[in-house]
Design a protein around this ligand. Structure first.
Ligand SMILES: Nc1ncnc2c1ncn2[C@@H]1O[C@H](COP(=O)(O)OP(=O)(O)OP(=O)(O)O)[C@@H](O)[C@H]1O
Ligand SMILES: [Mg+2]
Length: 376
């Protein structure tokens, strides 16, 4: 039975909205997440007389600031349209109806990483290595096409049924010039790099890597490395490199992991790993799945990425033997065309936009932080 419009569940879908979704074969089941201007639902789609489950992020622009609607939402959708990677949530279909956008994407059955850690506790070094490497693979891909995420944190990392990791929520992402700088403060304080907290223009690729270091710390310790609420205090501790691991974790931590932490949560941007450096570090290579030299070979084209056909063949061969050390990247489906809906491809950096955006992002960030569960 469809639960669309079920007031008991407070799904707030109108009858006509229900009809619009029904004719496209979608029925909403329950709410699974909530954001600043979005709610995320589990939904069913009928395909060839079978049901498949999808997640649907419904973005309601009614109460959102005009600039968010006209500039930042299109930017998120444009980025989503450009990307396709096994460790990034796959967006199937996006459409707009009146003031709402409906983003249908792969449903991550195990939920987000924060929920996972809160309910099941911290993870082993091996599990953390496997997951953080998947995160670094996604980031290496994004940075390779000059897209920065700028909001990497446990809530924005999803886990599938087979315990693979998918990066989501491109609300703060943007396309940059190859060596581009950002000046906008993005993300949650706890995950934010020192150079961003200092309020100076920063290299957003390196700041993404810092956030990956924080995620790794949280996976292993089930607490934040810099839990203070004041940015000043957080910055002081970051610069002092004062990391206090759970004593049990610290006791068992391999020397390679300690080295990796030093290079991820490195306050000096020049000495900090890039995402690709991190993938090549000794700690990651301890896992035989990431040891192969040929694990990621990407050929860049002007329209994004294409794949090397011999590599696909090799990946298939290795997958048939149960080895998954080759990542094949596919562009998103060509029929997914949000540009035609939005009529914009506003990607360039404009200082005025940056200024307005800063105010909006500050507000969104505050809202996000208010609803974020504390990690302790
Ligand atoms: N594909 C999915 N499968 C399972 N759960 C999901 C999926 N997408 C999102 N969620 C859940 O919904 C939450 C909110 O989604 P998301 O992060 O995309 O929105 P958001 O934080 O509101 O983003 P923004 O406000 O920046 O647009 C996630 O933290 C996660 O718990
Ligand atoms: Mg989010």
């Amino acid at each position: 039975m469809s639960m669309i419009g079920d007031t008991n569940l407070n799904l707030s879908f109108t009858k006509s909205e229900e009809h619009t979704l029904m004719v496209r074969g979608y029925t909403i089941e329950k709410r699974i997440g909530e954001g600043s201007y979005a709610k995320v639902f589990l939904c069913k789609k009928i395909m060839n007389n079978k049901f498949i489950f999808l997640a649907c992020k419904v973005i309601d622009t009614k109460n959102a600031p005009v600039d968010y609607v006209n500039k930042f939402l299109p930017r998120e959708l444009n980025v989503l349209m450009k990307i396709g990677h096994p460790n990034i949530i796959h967006v199937d279909f996006i459409f707009q109806r009146k003031v709402k956008y409906y983003m249908f994407m792969r449903y991550a059955e195990t939920g987000d990483l924060l929920d996972y850690l809160m309910t099941r506790g911290r993870v082993s070094e091996n599990r953390a290595r496997f997951w953080i490497a998947q995160c670094a693979l996604a980031l290496t891909y994004l940075h390779g096409i000059n897209i920065v995420h700028r909001d990497i944190k446990c809530e924005n990392i999803l886990i599938t049924e087979s315990l693979n990791l998918k990066l989501c929520d491109f609300g703060f992402s943007r396309v940059i010039t190859p060596e581009g700088y950002s000046s906008t403060y993005c993300g949650s304080i706890a995950y934010t790099a020192p150079e961003v907290l200092k309020g100076r223009p920063y290299q957003p690729k390196k700041s993404d890597v810092w956030s990956v270091g924080v995620v790794l710390f949280v996976m292993l310790n089930r607490k934040l490395p810099y839990p203070e609420s004041s940015p000043k205090k957080v910055l002081e501790n970051q610069l002092a490199r004062s990391l206090s691991h759970n004593p049990k974790v610290e006791e068992q931590m391999s020397p390679d992991l300690k080295l990796a932490f030093n290079k991820l949560l490195e306050p000096d941007v020049r000495s900090r790993y890039s995402a690709a450096d991190f993938l090549n570090c000794d700690w990651i290579k301890t896992d035989p799945r990431y040891k192969q030299d040929d694990k990621i070979k990407i050929i860049q084209t002007t329209s994004g990425y294409s794949v090397n056909s011999s590599l696909i063949k090799k990946a298939k061969e290795r997958a048939s033997k149960g080895v998954s050390d080759i990542t094949v990247l596919r562009p998103q489906r060509p029929e997914m065309s949000i540009l035609s809906i939005l009529g914009t491809s506003n990607m360039e950096q404009d200082p005025k936009q940056e200024e307005t955006k800063e105010k909006i992002l500050q507000k969104a960030r505050q809202q996000k932080m208010r609803r974020s569960q504390p990690v302790r």
